[in-house]
Write a protein that binds this ligand. Structure first.
Ligand code: HEC
Ligand code: HEC
Length: 412
């Protein structure tokens, strides 16, 4: 029996002895007062004894429960081949902490689903049900049609955009395995309530996502049986990384240390390159299309400038855009606004702080002509020694001409 119960047995025995003593004293005719007080004490002792008994019973019940638990654990250990009393396995080189996990414990964690369908639980769900669950649990962030709300991820569409500057990577356009969708959703969505979806709900949601990506019809039902039959759009879009075998061997060769360059010139500084552009610069870079529209319109007004040249200049102007803005609403950034720059006094854009050499040119009344600008753009630091424009210059004459045509198309 349990040790905790044994502890209480002498306590009860002691109480009984005291009771016997109390009655013995009363039979030898002590004074009534003494007897009264003794009776009170007897009552007190009886109450204590009752409490001790109750406590003993509770302890016995607790002991029985622990015993039961121990037997259950032992049975579990027997099934998995471990022993509870055996010392923890001492693994060489570690601290010998912990124990080998039970199969049941591993099973509870082992929820991943592999591309070949391994790990999928049995279940099924159709597009229709999926839509209902999706609208209920996912649409607040991902949109009714998986199109994404605000900045939350888009889950549908974006096909054939992967080679673009801003690819739209979705479950449909990008993910090579359907199992990733099942697994990811099952483990981590809805965001903040991960782990609440039933297998059937997850099947239905994944079916609905396939439908939102135009990959299945509206009567489609996804289950553990047909799961691996679904072909993903970008299944062949990934290649095995073979760099360790192919490229690494090349890198391991001795670096060539002959005929090295004599001097190293810094051609650009990270601050000017806008490695981490501020919001406005980003907006300027990502919205060239809106600026292009007035460009062409103005060009027609300006008359005589070859639209093809302007268009070429627009392309070339990308390298200037990190620092300069043109067109309506243009603002000074790292460099000044360039609207109407040709024919304008050098260094005269309001609110921009020019370098000393620009201030001098301004004070001397110098004006930008197509010629002087061409010279400046070809070799900024050569023509304006000390300029703040940290730009190596444009090597190609035709490109310079195109840039000038493009700038000319922006009248003031
Ligand atoms: C409270 C907003 C919210 C809700 C609701 C929500 N998600 Fe998401 N979901 C997110 C966020 C945020 C991410 C990006 C998480 C990350 O990148 O770590 C995400 C990512 C995803 C992705 C991966 C997108 C990708 O291309 O990387 C999928 C698929 C997805 N959620 C599906 C679901 C489904 C299905 C549900 C409903 C069961 C759901 N989400 C509910 C916010 C939400
Ligand atoms: C790294 C930033 C940067 C880049 C890239 C850059 N510029 Fe500049 N640019 C400047 C700065 C700064 C000035 C002011 C120079 C000074 O004060 O010395 C300037 C001045 C100018 C000016 C004279 C403006 C005036 O008001 O006098 C012109 C014209 C100009 N840049 C055109 C261009 C063109 C065209 C390109 C692309 C081919 C280009 N810049 C690329 C930063 C840049």
């Amino acid at each position: 029996m349990s040790k905790s119960l044994n502890l209480f047995v002498p306590a009860i025995g002691g109480t009984v002895l005291l009771l016997g003593l109390a009655y013995g004293i009363s039979s030898r005719e002590y004074g009534a007062a003494t007897i009264d007080s003794l009776e009170a004490r007897v009552q007190q002792i009886e109450a204590n004894a009752a409490q001790a008994t109750a406590e003993a019973q509770a302890a016995a019940a607790e002991a029985a429960r622990l015993l039961q638990e121990r037997e259950e654990l032992a049975a579990l250990a027997a099934v998995s081949g471990a022993s509870l009393t055996a010392p923890a396995p001492v693994i060489e080189g570690t601290y010998g902490l912990g124990r080998v996990a039970f199969d049941e414990e591993i099973a509870a964690w082992d929820v991943d689903v592999l591309p070949d369908g391994r790990g999928l639980p049995e279940g099924r769900g159709d597009v229709f049900t999926g839509e209902e669950v999706f609208v209920d649990k996912c649409a607040s962030c991902h949109g009714d049609f998986a199109e994404g709300v605000g900045n939350w991820p888009v889950l549908a569409g974006g096909f054939d955009t992967l080679a673009n500057r801003d690819p739209v990577k979705t479950v449909g356009s990008y993910w090579p395995y359907l199992s990733t969708a099942w697994d990811y959703i099952n483990r981590s969505m809805p965001f903040g309530e991960a782990g609440t979806l039933t297998p059937d709900e997850t099947y239905a949601i994944v079916a609905y996502l396939l439908y939102s990506n135009n990959m299945v019809d509206d009567d489609f039902e996804l289950s553990h049986e047909n799961f691996t039959e679904v072909e993903m759009y970008n299944a062949d879009g990934f290649v095995v990384d073979d760099r360790p075998e192919l490229e690494y061997a090349e890198w391991r060769t001795e670096p060539c240390m002959e005929n090295c360059k004599e001097s190293v010139e810094i051609t650009m500084r990270a601050t000017f390159l806008d490695v981490t552009p501020d919001e406005d610069v980003e907006a300027a870079v990502s919205a060239p299309a809106t600026e292009a529209t007035p460009a062409v319109a103005v060009a027609e007004d300006a008359g005589g400038i070859d639209p093809a040249l302007i268009a070429a200049g627009e392309g070339a102007f990308r390298q200037c855009q990190t620092c300069h803005q043109v067109g309506e609403g243009a603002r000074n950034r790292t460099g000044p606004v360039l609207n109407g720059v040709i024919g304008q006094a050098i260094g005269s854009v309001g609110g921009f702080r020019y370098s000393g050499v620009f201030e001098q040119a301004n004070a001397a009344g110098e004006v930008w002509t197509a010629e002087s600008l061409a010279a400046f753009l070809t070799d900024p630091r050569g023509t304006m020694s000390g300029t703040k424009m940290a730009f190596r210059g444009v090597g190609d004459e035709a490109e310079v001409a195109a840039l000038i045509a493009y700038l000319q198309s922006f009248a003031d």
